[in-house]
Write a protein that binds this ligand. Structure first.
Ligand code: LAC
Length: 221
């Protein structure tokens, strides 16, 4: 990735730790929080792909809530509307990964955008709560195109909104399939592989891989 003119980040799992909901889930169902969080996230992503294939888009808040209900039912965790409300609220205050703030400060001086499946109603409080409103220059939601990642129309949104050609955009995601989708679209795509996971076998690979966002400034300077 040589000196991209703009950087575009995935939100959930890349800047924000979706599994920070485990703390609250563990309070609600002692010892079951990690399991719930893993299944919730897996179902949430699965529902985005299925809805896109079915051409039955609903916003990410609805998808996230549906996934939460299914995960609770599948794991036989008794839930009330109050549990759901608290967990959905926790999604608006997810933790930033520890290296994010410093990495973004070192990357400043060019457009730094978020491009996310999240709806504006989910992304705005999340970015504000993390104190990133003055750091992130553009918050772009798939709601503008009505389909989820990795549909190419989502990546095109960043080109249109930033006014930067696709080959000059560096795209950064911890979701390997998202990095590969962006690479196929024509971005320089970097996969943030914090867990040391195997690459997704989709026939193509991201252009670069880093172990955390702390390694990104050296890669793009
Ligand atoms: C997002 C999901 C893919 O933020 O994590 O778009």
């Amino acid at each position: 990735m040589s000196r991209p003119a703009a950087l575009v980040f995935d939100a959930y799992g890349t800047l924000f730790d979706v599994h920070s909901v485990t703390r609250l889930a563990d309070e609600l169902w002692p010892g079951r929080g990690a399991e719930l969080s893993q299944r919730w996230r897996a179902k949430q992503l699965e529902y985005t792909w299925l809805r896109s294939l079915m051409r039955q888009h609903a916003d990410f808040g609805r998808v996230t809530e549906d996934a939460l209900r299914q995960a609770c039912e599948a794991l036989a965790l008794p839930f009330t509307e109050d549990h759901h409300r608290r967990l959905m609220d926790a999604y608006l205050r997810l933790d930033l990964f520890s290296e994010v703030r410093e990495a973004l400060a070192r990357l400043a001086g060019r457009p730094l955008a978020i491009l996310s499946n999240g709806s504006p109603a989910m992304l705005e409080p999340l970015v504000a709560h993390a104190g990133l409103a003055g750091v992130i220059t553009h918050v772009l939601s798939v709601e503008s195109v009505g389909i989820f990642k990795p549909d190419p129309r989502v990546y095109q949104l960043a080109v249109d909104r930033l006014g930067v050609p696709r080959e000059a955009i560096g795209f950064v995601s911890s979701n390997c399939w998202d990095a590969i989708g962006a690479q196929r679209f024509g971005f320089s795509a970097c996969w943030v592989n914090r867990a040391g996971a195997p690459v997704d076998r989709l026939g193509f690979e991201p252009d670069a891989v880093v172990g955390s966002l702390a390694d990104l400034p050296a890669l793009v300077s």
